[in-house]
Design a protein around this ligand. Sequence first.
Ligand SMILES: NC(=O)c1ccc[n+]([C@@H]2O[C@H](COP(=O)([O-])OP(=O)(O)OC[C@H]3O[C@@H](n4cnc5c(N)ncnc54)[C@H](O)[C@@H]3O)[C@@H](O)[C@H]2O)c1
Length: 247
Amino acid sequence: MAISVEDKVVVITGGAGEMGSSLARRLADEGAKVVIADIADGAALAAELGGPERAIYVRTDITSEESTRAMAQAALDAFGRIDALVNNAGLFTGKPWDELTLDDWRQRFRVNTEGVFLATKAVEPAMTKQGRGKIVNIGSDTVWMGTPGMAHYVSSKAAVLGFTRAIASELGPRGITSVYVTPTLLDTPGTRAAFQQAHFDYVVGHTPIGRFETPEDVNGLIVFLVSDDAAFVNGAAINIGGGISMH
Ligand SMILES: NC(=O)c1ccc[n+]([C@@H]2O[C@H](COP(=O)([O-])OP(=O)(O)OC[C@H]3O[C@@H](n4cnc5c(N)ncnc54)[C@H](O)[C@@H]3O)[C@@H](O)[C@H]2O)c1
């Protein structure tokens, strides 16, 4: 039997962004019900994916406990359960060490780390009640490489690795399993605006596969992780970067 996510209810934070919207489309194609949770507008995407029976947009600010709670409630009101949360929302622009301020540091941690905590906190009670659930945390391979020029970003994503392992232990007994996934640099309008050409040249030059990663490269792994076939995958860190780092 093929891997299936048919009728799984999947909440995607940052679901209106580059990777999130691609994942939402793929999951919807595979028969999942999708909750697009983003501070940016995802209403048109939800309509494209089939409207209220199949996909909803919930305006969500993951840095707000009230907002993340409302996100979980909206998912439950629409679909009655939450099978998986993909903590994908994040901010990734860099800044050299000499310019980095405490405010930069805190802003990154607020979204990339606290946001993951709050979104997870919000969906956990429903998953506990169900006796199962999957948390997929989108990290970054900068954590394995110690990429320069973005210490605040790398650190905020590394904290999520620790968080993933901690909840794998603490929530595993409730049937909630957690995974950390680390893509490498994608070639998107967002990353083009954030990084220099030299950065892109380095990535392609050092990737054995010899091309940029695409959102579609990541989607297949997440479909698997959301499926029942990955029910025993817990506390793992899975690197998906074409071999630029071999963690
Ligand atoms: N693009 C890459 O090269 C790359 C590589 C490795 C890891 N990642 C990680 O993958 C994830 C997605 O990246 P992307 O390229 O799709 O970025 P993106 O900027 O296209 O999408 C991120 C989304 O997060 C949303 N968001 C930001 N702050 C939010 C908040 N407070 N509450 C709710 N939503 C919020 C944005 O509105 C946006 O839609 C990020 O966590 C990023 O760090 C990206």
